[in-house]
Design a protein around this ligand. Structure first.
Ligand code: ATP
Length: 316
């Protein structure tokens, strides 16, 4: 595969990507598959290994094991060719507090050996415009809100056209307005044709714009795929309201419903392959009065709690 050819299908692909710090394995055998053109939400609780994975992908740290490619080219062997086509926001660039946003970007641009100084002015203005900071571009950086600082950091990654954008927690610490701004910015970048990987510990902050999800838990990738596929992998639950919960539970179990739980005047369980139309007749046949009945697919949020364990804040 040669740089510049649109011959690759996965913008990011890794096999067995692993990173250990001493005897702690922070990332364990991660097989990422980020299709070209996707907005890939890389989600998981704090400490689950997202940043470490991203740092390996961008060659900011070396993997302890495994391999990966970006834009169809093996990394780190071809990083010189690849990284100019990849915009990233990991720790955020170090901005000078007393310089304006515009001056900060101009300095960054001047330090970038890949950028043509003749077009710097246009590039910096276009990048500021892209993130909605053109008007505020003359203000000193120290006067920027956190949201503005984050947008300036994204602008830094956008000085050049990028085929792939890797954004580590770009909404972290932002207020709802800032989060919305970053979200709609990411959506517009994707519409313009870039592949985007965006990490977050909050599903709610990325799910509206993602086409794909990768879910990390304790260093492992526990689910990955198109959003709809991950949602569909969730269990469908059946719920019966009755005043004879013990009998109802027995009937449900006999039909093949699993994880049956009593919850006040209600019995719930996982439907599996049980034919829904059989359930009420079977209950009635066994003298269980059915006061209410429902079948519902698990929500994406519930699926996430299940995948990532307790304590994963999905409320946003
Ligand atoms: N340089 C390092 N030295 C030692 N341990 C590290 C280092 N970097 C990360 N870790 C550990 O690796 C694990 C994964 O951390 P990482 O930052 O990748 O998680 P994360 O999912 O990005 O979380 P967060 O959202 O908090 O950044 C954590 O237990 C962390 O303490």
């Amino acid at each position: 595969m040669t740089s510049g050819l649109p011959g690759y299908e996965a913008a990011i692909r890794s096999r067995g990507l692993t990173k250990s710090f001493g005897d702690q394995t922070a990332v364990q055998s991660v097989d990422l598959e980020v299709p070209k053109g996707a907005v890939y939400g890389f989600v998981g609780p704090n400490g689950s290994g997202k940043t470490t994975t991203i740092r390996m992908l961008l060659d900011l740290i070396r993997a302890s094991g495994g391999e990966h490619e970006l834009l169809g080219l093996p990394m780190p062997a071809r990083s010189g060719e690849v990284l100019g086509r990849v915009g990233s926001l990991v720790e955020g660039p170090a901005f000078h507090p007393y310089l304006s946003g515009h001056a900060n970007l101009t300095r960054l641009d001047a330090a970038d050996r890949l950028s043509d100084p003749r077009t710097a002015k246009r590039r910096v203005s276009a990048a500021l415009d892209r993130v909605g900071l053109l008007a505020a571009g003359r203000k000193p950086y120290r006067a920027y809100s956190l949201g503005m600082r984050q947008r300036l950091a994204i602008a830094a990654a956008l000085r050049e056209p990028r085929e792939l954008l890797v954004l580590d927690e770009p909404t972290n610490g932002l207020d709802p307005q800032g989060t919305r701004e970053v979200r709609s910015l990411v959506a517009s970048l994707a519409t313009a044709g870039a592949t985007v990987l965006i990490s977050s510990h909050l599903l709610s902050e990325v799910q509206q714009i993602c086409t794909h999800l990768g879910v990390m838990r304790a260093g492992k990738l526990v689910a990955q795929g198109p959003l709809a596929e991950i949602r569909a992998q969730g269990d469908t639950r059946v719920s019966v309201e009755t005043d004879r919960v013990e009998d109802a539970a027995r009937v449900l179990r006999s039909l093949g419903v699993t994880e049956v739980r009593l919850d006040g005047g209600r019995v719930q369980g996982v439907l599996n392959d049980v034919v829904v139309a059989r359930i009420v007749p079977a209950l009635v046949e066994n003298q269980v009065p059915v006061l209410g009945f429902g079948v519902a697919a698990q929500s994406l949020e519930d699926r996430f709690v299940e995948l990532t364990g307790e304590g994963f804040d999905v409320s946003g």
